[in-house]
Design a protein around this ligand. Structure first.
Ligand code: NDP
Ligand SMILES: O=C(O)C1=N[C@H](C(=O)O)C[C@H](O)C1
Length: 242
């Protein structure tokens, strides 16, 4: 039976993950939150899940690497420096990082990549997301994941074509860019809409999360799947067999 340690255990996601773990016979070996030492739980658990804050990621990765414990990272708002630390950690432990652990969004990423690959660069790609009023990062990790998928479908890197927001006299749209728009309000769990806008027609592919259970279920599944793997980077699509 797999045991997990939860970084961000008192948060919205941490609590949802503990509930799903209990219902699936996965043991919660411990948790960590602001101000706690991440090392004891890293040694106590078979695998760690991190749904906390980017500022804590470095210490969580260091603890996971010291204890040689695999880690699933769901925390969003990550910078290039965090991604570099994740790459380093993956030399010694299995790491799975994703902006969205749900089955629906993981499949959406595959569909978006495929659509972007088949449609010409004259089809403009825009990604809109809406989340609850408490969310602190924008664009959402999911929107960025979908943007990466679209960029990959076009054979480019998101960093080269990303436009985060528009306000004022910004000029006409540059062909090949991928635009993002973020809305915040109420209790919205997570809505994402990818728009492919062509001349005279438009394709929209959307995902709506009704409940955090979908992320928690994916996180627990990923954790169980990751335990005992060789060091390296892994993807949610592998966990789900997509
Ligand atoms: N990948 C995915 O599928 C999903 C990712 N997320 C992401 O997960 C993250 C958490 O979301 P959510 O649960 O809603 O956020 P919450 O604000 O509800 O929870 C954050 C948790 O992180 C803890 N925390 C804060 N600072 C530290 C620290 N230094 N060390 C350890 N823990 C710390 C908080 O502890 P304390 O209460 O003590 O401050 C709290 O328990 C966000 O980045 C969010 O975008 C969310 C949903 C799905
Ligand atoms: O903060 C959230 O709530 C969510 N965060 C993730 C993101 O940034 O995409 C996943 C989900 O949309 C909910």
């Amino acid at each position: 039976m797999t045991s997990i340690g939860i970084y961000g255990s008192n948060g919205r996601m941490g609590r949802a993950i503990a509930t799903i773990a209990a219902s699936e016979g996965v043991i919660v070996a411990g948790g960590g939150d602001a101000g706690s030492d991440p090392l004891p739980v890293a040694y106590a658990a078979d695998v760690l899940v991190d749904f906390s804050t980017p500022a804590a990621l470095e210490s969580h990765l260091a603890a996971a690497a010291a204890a040689r414990t695999p880690i699933v990272i769901g925390t969003t708002g990550l910078l290039n420096t965090h991604h570099a630390l994740i790459e380093q950690a993956a030399d010694v432990i299995p790491v799975l990082q994703t902006g969205n652990t749900s089955l629906g969004v993981t499949l959406l990423g595959v569909l978006v990549r495929e659509a972007a690959a088949r449609l010409g660069a004259d089809w403009d790609i825009e990604i809109a997301e809406m989340h609850h009023r408490h969310k602190v990062d924008a664009p959402s990790g999911t929107a960025l994941l979908l943007g990466e998928a679209a960029a990959a479908g076009r054979g480019t890197r998101l960093a080269e074509v990303r436009v985060d927001s528009r306000a004022g006299l910004v000029g006409a749209r540059t062909e090949g860019t991928i635009g993002f728009a973020s809305l915040r309000g109420g209790s919205v769990v997570g809505d994402h809409n990818v728009v492919f806008a062509g001349e005279g027609e438009r394709i929209e592919i959307a995902h709506r999360a009704d409940d955090r259970t979908i992320f928690a279920r994916g996180a627990v599944k990923a954790a169980v799947w990751l335990a005992g793997r060789a060091p390296g980077r892994y993807a949610m699509a592998e966990v789900l067999g997509l």
